[in-house]
Design a protein around this ligand. Structure first.
Ligand code: DX5
Ligand code: ZN
Length: 239
């Protein structure tokens, strides 16, 4: 693996932003160095809450120049929303393996996402083992998402028991982007980074910060430092 790959990426979760000023909130994070913006789409079915759908994504895409929308689809029937999200400007489409009635159909969904010119990612909830992602599926996607809270709401406590799954996936997929999402902040990003995560999602820790730029810089520094122990016994040290 080249030392610079995979690179550190920060994706602020807009769930913790002021939705009445979504464009300004996203521009604020991009100015602070966020590469992506994490759009949590919830359908009130896969998870109890409802957040936003394709019309909101389309408005953001129109309003915010060069935005990279990292769409976290907490929805049942994830295949149903690929086209609307792509047309709304989504750049990355993450589906939950638990949302598929037949998980062996996941490769077809990845093909559908790719055919709509988006990156494809597969997510696992805290109760789902990393083995739910087969080797062929992991190789087919662009990113793997390990949830560190139960999907459905922002502002929850980080579940460190999910972190070993990050190192298991990093060992199996050394070149892939591995994202963590839920309760991640300055105090919890380090163990994720050492385990192998390079794409950091944070809502409360960024939108609630008085100096989000310093938090984003710190996240990237911790990811770059963490890379040196990926795949070693130090990867899970201090958990
Ligand atoms: C949870 C969402 C997360 C959440 C992260 O269902 O997927 O993206 O908004 O927010 P914090 O960082 O506040 O836990
Ligand atoms: Zn999310």
């Amino acid at each position: 693996m080249s030392p610079s790959s995979p690179r550190a990426i920060v994706s602020p979760s807009v769930l913790a932003s002021n939705f009445a000023q979504l464009g300004d909130e996203i521009r604020r994070m991009m100015k602070c160095g966020a590469e992506w913006v994490h759009m949590d789409v919830m359908d009130g079915h896969f998870v109890p809450n409802i957040t936003m759908g394709a019309p909101v994504l389309a408005s953001v895409d129109k309003d915010v120049k060069d935005v990279f929308m990292d769409c976290h689809m907490m929805v049942s029937d994830p295949e149903k929303w690929v086209k609307p999200v792509a047309e709304a400007g989504g750049k990355s489409y993450t589906f939950h393996i638990e949302a598929l009635a037949d998980p062996s159909k996941a490769p077809e969904l990845v093909d559908l996402i790719h055919s709509h010119s988006m990156r494809a990612a597969v997510a696992i909830s805290p109760s789902t083992p990393s083995s739910a992602i087969s080797t062929s599926l992991g190789q087919k996607v662009d990113m793997l998402l390990v949830m560190t809270v139960v999907p459905g709401a922002g502002g929850q406590k980080f579940m460190k028991e999910c972190v070993p799954k990050v190192s298991e996936l990093r060992e199996r997929f050394p070149e892939k982007d591995i994202q963590v999402d839920g309760g991640v902040g300055p105090g919890t990003v380090g163990c994720c980074a050492r385990a192998g995560s390079n794409v950091i999602v944070a809502g409360t820790a960024l939108f609630g910060a008085s100096d989000p730029k310093s938090v984003i810089d710190d996240f990237k520094k911790q990811v770059d430092e963490g890379k040196s122990v990926w795949g070693t016994e130090k990867a899970l040290e201090g958990l």
